[in-house]
Design a protein around this ligand. Structure first.
Ligand code: AMP
Ligand code: GLY
Length: 419
């Protein structure tokens, strides 16, 4: 089979490595891919949001199955367009990807179907939002409606900060059209859990839970990033909580999307907060998390391509989805200065055995692998215990070199304390 994967980061590298375990896979094309995954896929350089070029490529290369792994092309209707020319896909159609593409859509969905989430108000007018903030409870959370590269959420500790955030989004156009409407919501507290799930619209199968580390610096200090590391499973996510989430969140969400005529097929990601009043949804994503995929997929024992096809052909209930009873840790190696400003173009040296090395930002130039992004790569190790997985992941980072490399030293420490 000839496959294509739309996207080019560490998550896509993890998906590609897993798909390659299936003996029927002849070739995987990555659109665009990056130089660090050239051993595992043919990197085309085609932009992940260039839908006409993606469709043309799929047709010309007689692709048998496509995995659209990134949020932007999903929201733009990449799956709809590929399916329209007869290429079956893993990933939701645009009308279902809206669950991530519009916070207003997802909040209204949860309200309508009684799915637990933070209380909220929607504003399309800046003055009304500022008026509301005059006596809203503080801290408060301001969210741009649309996709904003993971930066559209502001936790405001003061009223002034909240008002500034609203003005930046609604008047100054900080996130373009994505911020012309905002959600202002209740500030919740509690441990956060990421639960990715496979769904075909009839069945929802949660994957092993995970924990992201979004802040740039140790002890969760510094700026928000795309994620500096992950561990799985998440120790806060007990069997009892998992059962409650299935009943109050996962199944109700799948059913709600069906009832709205927006059947979701693909990976539905539940960003949860375990509050004093039970688990609540912080966000939905219409795709695998990055770097959650980098810990969840290495623990998957079943064949990923078979599961992805089952999601597309609605046979998930009859498909084996099994995870190893182990732990995983992924440490992200970034370029110093990320997420603000950083240099690129440093030569990278990787060990010969690239198991568990998922490259996010690199390019090949004259046979040399050079850094080409803020988050450069992730290193994942699995082991019987979380402690061992963490130690092995950090030991593996010592085999990898590039100038100005930077990583958090405490990935997984919070989870270890919770155990
Ligand atoms: P999101 O992009 O929606 O995942 O939000 C980014 C981060 O902001 C989340 O991972 C949470 O840590 C935090 N966050 C979002 N919504 C809330 C909320 N209502 N209360 C507290 N923290 C939140
Ligand atoms: N790691 C969070 C996300 O992928 O949205």
């Amino acid at each position: 089979m000839k496959l294509m994967v739309v996207g080019g980061g560490g998550r896509e590298h993890a998906i590609i490595k897993k798909l390659n375990e299936n003996k029927d896979v002849e070739v995987i094309y990555a659109l665009p891919g990056n130089g660090g995954m050239a051993d595992d896929a043919v990197c085309t350089g085609i932009g992940a949001t260039d839908i006409p070029a993606i469709v043309k490529f799929g047709k010309e290369n007689a692709i048998d199955f496509a995995v659209v792994a990134m949020d932007d092309p999903l929201v733009l209707g990449c799956v709809d367009e590929l399916e329209a020319i007869g290429i079956p896909c893993f990933g939701p159609e645009a009308k279902a990807a809206i669950i991530e593409g519009s916070k207003i859509f997802s909040k209204n969905l949860m309200k309508k179907y009684n799915i637990p989430t933070a209380a909220y108000e929607v504003f399309e007018d800046c003055d009304a939002a500022l008026e509301y903030l005059k006596d809203a409870p503080i801290p408060t959370v301001i969210k741009a409606d649309g996709l904003a590269l993971g930066k559209g959420v502001i936790i405001a500790q003061t009223r002034e900060e909240a008002m500034d955030a609203v003005k930046e989004m609604m008047l100054d156009g900080k996130f373009g059209a994505s911020g012309s409407k905002v959600v202002i919501e209740e500030f919740l507290t509690g441990p956060e859990v990421s639960v990715l799930s496979f769904t075909d619209g009839k069945t929802v199968v949660p994957m092993v839970s995970s924990m992201d580390h979004k802040k740039a610096l140790d002890n969760d200090e510094g700026l928000n990033t795309g994620g500096m590391g992950t561990i799985a499973p998440n120790p806060y996510y007990t069997d009892a909580i998992a059962k409650e989430c299935m009943e109050t969140i996962f199944l109700p969400t799948m059913n709600a999307m069906n009832a709205e005529g927006r059947t979701f097929k693909g990976c539905l990601y539940f960003g949860l907060m375990l509050t004093e009043n039970g688990p609540k949804v912080i966000e939905y994503n219409c795709r695998f998390g990055d770097p959650e995929a980098q810990v969840v997929l290495p623990l998957l024992k079943s064949d990923l391509l078979t599961i992805m096809k089952a999601c597309r052909y609605e046979t998930l209930a009859d498909t084996e989805v099994e995870f190893a009873d182990e732990a995983a840790c992924c440490v992200i190696m970034a370029s110093a200065g990320y997420p603000v400003s950083y240099e690129k173009g440093f030569e990278m040296t990787l060990p010969a055995d690239k198991t568990g090395i998922f490259v996010a930002g690199a390019k090949l130039e004259d046979g040399k692998l050079l850094t080409n992004g803020g988050r450069v790569l992730g290193v994942t190790r699995t082991a019987p215990t979380l402690k061992e997985a963490i130690d092995k992941a950090y030991a593996a980072t010592e085999q990898i070199h590039f100038d100005n490399a930077f990583m958090r030293k405490d990935i997984g420490q919070r989870a270890l304390k919770a155990l």
